[in-house]
Structures are given as C-alpha cells and as structure tokens.
Ligand binder design. Sequence first.
Ligand SMILES: [Fe+2]
Ligand SMILES: [Fe+2]
Length: 246
Amino acid sequence: MKEQVSTGMNRTGVQMSPFDTAALERDITSLMPPASGDPAEIARIRNDYIADADQLGSMPPPGTVKGMVATGTSALMGNEPQLLLDKLGERLAFERTGTRLYDALIDKVEALERAGSTTVPLPILIQIRDEEAQHFALVAKAIQSLGGDPTVQTPCADLAGIESAGLLQAVTDPRTTAAQALHAVLIAELADNNGWELLIALAESQNHDQMAADFTAALDNERDHLRFVQEAFETAMLGGPLTGRS
Ligand SMILES: [Fe+2]
Ligand SMILES: [Fe+2]
C-alpha cells in the first residue's frame, strides 16, 4: 500500500503569511539584532570544551581470574583486548536496541494492519526481531568467552545508546506511518551491517577465528535484514507488491 501524505494546517513556511513575511524582510535588522556569536566564536568555544573534556567512559579492569589471564595473554600477543571488548559492548547495546526497534515496529504494523493501512509482512518482522535477540545472546556469549562482563556499559555501548535513541523515538511515536518507521529501521540496519563487518575484522585481527566465523553467520542475517527493510520501505513509499525476504 502506497504512503499517503495529507494536507493540513502546517504553517511553518513563510508562504503561509506573505504580509508578515514582507514586514519581516523589511525590518529584519531591527527585529533581529545580530547574533552574539559568529561561526569562529562558536568553534572556539567548542574547542575549549573539547580540550577540557573527559572521555566518554572507560573499560573496567577484568573482574575474574579468567578475564585477567585472557586479557593479559592477548595483550602480550600484541592485541588490544579492551578495544575488542568495547566494540563487543557496542554490538550488544545495538542488538538490544535492534530487538526493541522491531518490537515497536511489529506493534505499529499490527495496529495499522487492523486499520487496513499497511501490508508489511508481520511473520518476516517477527523472524528478524528474533534474529536480533539471537545476535544479542551471541555477543553476550562472546564477551563471556573472553572473561568479560556483558553487563558493562562500555564507552562505545554508551555512544550506541545515544545514537539510536532518535531511531527508537521515531518508531515508537504513535503518529509515524509504517514507511516512516521503516526508514528509521533502515538507518539501524545500515549501521548494523557495518558494525558486524568491523567486528569480524577486529576478531580476525586478534586471532579469534571461531568468534569471527560466528559473527560472519550473523552478518549474513543482517544482509538479509537490510535487503528486506530496503524493499519494504520502497514498497511503502512507491506502492506495488512486496516480494518477500530475499
Ligand atoms: Fe542486528
Ligand atoms: Fe538487523
């Protein structure tokens, strides 16, 4: 079903009030005193804050003997075990959010389906949602295999939470259409694909071959997710039949 955009009482553009716009343009200098900061000033203040800032967070020291041994051995081999654990924490946070994004999308599609205003196939959404949850469990297991703690909020996990907050807001907003929600999920899937690719390269570089193989299977899922969401979004925007998960 093709996306419908309604015409309503939107008054955000200047064309809605030509007389006021003409007056504004005439008196612009008296109505709007010059801004106190120019771009160079703004950049200078940002620079000061950056120079004074702490980091976004830190990694904890290993909390178990297994963790100490694994981290120490890996570091002796020239690896950066904390970097891998940080990125695993990021993936864990993102897969958790991904599961919640699909939960919210499924609720929306169910509601819109009852109103007869969408045809996004629910069984595929449910399957993808379950795969995101499986990916979350896979990453938690990988962190534990390194002696790490999956409950840690790592710096990159913190950042992933901030980045994806807007996506969750977009999908859970009761006013967004299926197409608008799918667009938010599409952003998540693009980031998801790239995230797994990077994690596989990192695992391989630190000789975690089994981990890299497990993650490659997850990346295959993610490529399917991306293809499906792209197609579902385009179908919702342009109309025409959805051919299903390819
Ligand atoms: Fe995912
Ligand atoms: Fe995904």
